[in-house]
Design a protein around this ligand. Structure first.
Ligand code: ATP
Ligand code: MG
Length: 159
């Protein structure tokens, strides 16, 4: 798929959807127009939606903000989805990609969820030879960093 148009379309939809919910949304896309990536559009959409829905769910502030940043580096897509939500405890951070893991399930029970979203995301991203990491500061926010390989031809040019 064409990465530039995929991300441009998606962020336009997000801007509309999130602003409707009173959430500030900013995107910074630095992707060349010809860049392609080998990925299933619907699957990657589901992964991204889950990360966004986490940002909305684990948000305890009145001024909600979500930021999308994407650029190319060393033949990879590097993408960040960041929020200014409640953040994740440093002690919990290594476990958030595990199946059924939910930070403080008793307190979280009100927000619902099965603890599978990020585990599915990791499976999907790693299945495409990419990587996914979480960075977070409790009380400040969370940032999910995803990398995925781009498609090149034999000369090393983008195709
Ligand atoms: P599901 O996605 O299956 O509905 P879930 O949201 O609990 O359930 P994950 O998406 O895998 O499961 O997230 C795992 C845990 O990581 C969450 O329960 C939450 O404690 C923490 N977490 C994930 N994203 C954020 C975020 N943006 N801010 C704060 N905590 C988060
Ligand atoms: Mg989730």
């Amino acid at each position: 798929i064409n990465l530039h148009s995929f991300l441009a379309d998606w962020s336009e939809e997000l801007l509309f959807e999130l602003n409707k919910q009173g959430v500030q949304f900013h995107s910074h896309l630095q992707i060349a127009e010809e860049t392609k990536i080998s990925i299933d559009r619907d699957k990657i959409r589901r992964v991204f939606s889950n990360i966004i829905s986490n940002s909305l769910k684990y948000m305890n502030k009145s001024e909600k903000e979500i930021e999308l940043k994407a650029y190319e580096a060393r033949g990879q897509l590097v993408l960040f989805i960041s929020d200014n939500g409640q953040g994740i405890d440093a002690a919990s951070l290594p476990y958030v990609f595990e199946r059924f893991y939910r930070e403080d399930p008793s307190r979280n029970s009100v927000t619902g969820g099965s603890g599978l979203g990020l585990a599915i995301a990791r499976q999907m991203i790693e299945g495409h030879r990419g990587s996914i990491q979480a960075e977070s500061v409790k009380g400040v926010g969370t940032s999910i960093r995803i990398t995925l390989p781009l498609i090149f031809n034999e000369e090393g040019d983008r195709i």
